[in-house]
Design a protein. Sequence first.
Length: 78
Amino acid sequence: MKAKLGVGALVLLFLGGLWLIAAPFAVGYQPRGAEYADATVNDLWLGGALAGISFVALVIYAADALRELAHRGRHADV
């Protein structure tokens, strides 16, 4: 149960980071072709960091889960 909650939180953080990256353009507070506003730069950096860190954490979790499954598979025949 704790693992599902953790993975769910990481997925939500990843999606939140992606939204922060897309928000200035989707919502329209960054005019097309204009110099990036401070809020846009902040959203891009923060969203990129949030999405990147949560993605790396998800990959590490998936690798650990696969390693555990492989370990169980090897020792199930013994």
